[in-house]
Write a protein that binds this ligand. Structure first.
Ligand SMILES: Cc1ncc(COP(=O)(O)O)c(C=O)c1O
Length: 403
């Protein structure tokens, strides 16, 4: 007689919350499959296809036999092209040993927290925050210290806030500019003020710059690492190909930083994923070396959508919407409708609002609570202009039903 199997998992696994942004996107896709016409504002990926010259490079790589393991940390030519990009665009000089290619920026961040953090360490996480940081910090055994951004400054944190949050246990400070979910962009002065405070501590800086190509103001993107050698020496610059080149499914990102950290990440990678997919790396190389025009065209289209969406969200009663300077999200404040009802159902949180909007208006948005900010919702405008126009029309009709 066999005993009943208890199917026990590690506490580490049991405590992981699934990604709420992917959950909304999956739900919208599922409803669409069932024939329900949902307007999806949930997606965190460009609706554009990967430019053709990038696909061709990967196809040619397959045909010439780039089908074997590559170096764990990425093809030397790709690392050289990344180093070139960082020098050209970000004013940052890195050697190949200071760069590792990863299976997406998400993987890069996961590995960073694994190699930097010990149980008991704290990581300062400005909120609103991208959902995976929280889980990844916890998976590394560290404690996220949530630092709310200032609503009067596009939900960005200030140097004074940061000074108060730092402690002897702070192992790292996470920065994400342009920001998901707010679209806020930190200026050079704001970054310099934050860097000065961090330099007084022992904390690393983890700078997630994955949306750097999506900036709609005249202020260029600034990598905090470029501000001074003393900042660079404690910064891990994270970036990737998913957003800028519409390559989300290819799974390619990278980290640039001090040799010791890059070596540790490469060692960790050697026992987990090994190299990122060989022929995908050939596509990434082409992306870095190819024409900038497809990216420019995509950014211009995003700007048009952002302007349209913000204008119409601002026209909804009880909604406040800042103009995001970057990324492809808007993050309107919707707590003004808390306490109101639709068909007798009371809106009490960002979650109830999003559930009702999905059910009653077939519009999918992500509740702000997923990013640690329940007074807001996130809408991605990485969907066609026609879809945005229809989504806005449905939201207007939904808002008219609010009692
Ligand atoms: C802020 C931020 N960082 C990192 C990532 C991960 O990107 P990747 O596709 O390269 O893993 C995302 C994706 O949504 C993101 O929004």
């Amino acid at each position: 007689m066999s005993r009943t199997f208890s199917a026990q998992l590690a506490a580490r696994a049991a405590n992981i919350a699934p990604s709420p942004t992917l959950a909304v996107d999956n739900l919208a896709k599922e409803m669409n499959r069932k024939g329900i016409d949902v307007i999806g504002f949930g997606a965190g990926e460009p609706d554009f296809d990967t430019p053709d010259f990038i696909k061709q490079a990967a196809i040619e790589a397959l045909q010439r036999g780039l089908t074997k393991y590559t170096a764990v940390g990425g093809l030397p030519q790709l690392k050289a092209a990344i180093a070139d990009k960082l020098r050209r665009e970000n004013n940052l000089v890195y050697q190949p040993e200071e760069i590792v290619v990863t299976v997406g920026a998400k993987h890069a961040l996961f590995e960073i927290f694994q190699v930097l953090c010990e149980p008991g360490d704290e990581v300062i996480l400005p909120s609103p925050y991208w959902v995976s940081y929280l889980e990844q910090i916890r998976l590394a055994g560290a404690t996220p210290v949530i630092l709310p951004g200032d609503p009067a400054n596009n939900l960005k944190i200030s140097a004074e806030d940061l000074r108060r949050a730092l402690s002897p246990r702070t192992r790292a400070v996470l920065l994400n500019s342009p920001n998901n979910p707010t679209g806020a962009v930190y200026s050079r002065q704001e970054l310099a003020a934050l860097a000065n405070v961090i330099l007084e501590s022992q904390a690393w800086i983890v700078s997630d710059e994955i949306y750097e190509a999506f900036i709609y103001s005249d202020e260029p993107h600034v990598s905090i690492a470029s501000l001074a050698p003393a900042v660079k020496e404690r910064t891990l610059v994270v970036n990737g190909f998913s957003k800028r080149y519409a390559m989300t499914g290819w799974r390619l990102g990278y980290v640039a930083g001090p040799r010791s950290v890059i070596e540790a990440i490469t060692n960790l990678q050697s026992h987990s994923t090994s190299n990122p997919t060989s022929f995908a790396q050939a596509g990434a190389l082409a992306a870095l070396q190819g024409p900038a025009e497809p990216v420019r065209a995509m950014v211009e289209e995003f700007r048009r959508r952002r302007d349209f969406l913000v204008e119409h969200l601002r026209a909804l009663p009880h909604v406040e919407c800042a103009l995001p300077e970057g990324a492809f999200y808007v993050f309107p404040k919707i707590s003004g409708v808390f306490g109101r009802t639709v068909d007798g159902i009371k809106i009490t949180s960002s979650t109830t609002l999003c559930q009702l909007a999905l059910e009653k208006a077939q519009v999918a948005m992500v509740p702000g609570i997923a990013f640690g900010a329940d007074e807001y919702v996130r809408l991605s405008y990485a969907t066609s202009f026609e879809q945005i126009r229809e989504g806005v029309r449905r939201l207007q009709a939904f808002w008219e039903r609010l009692q």
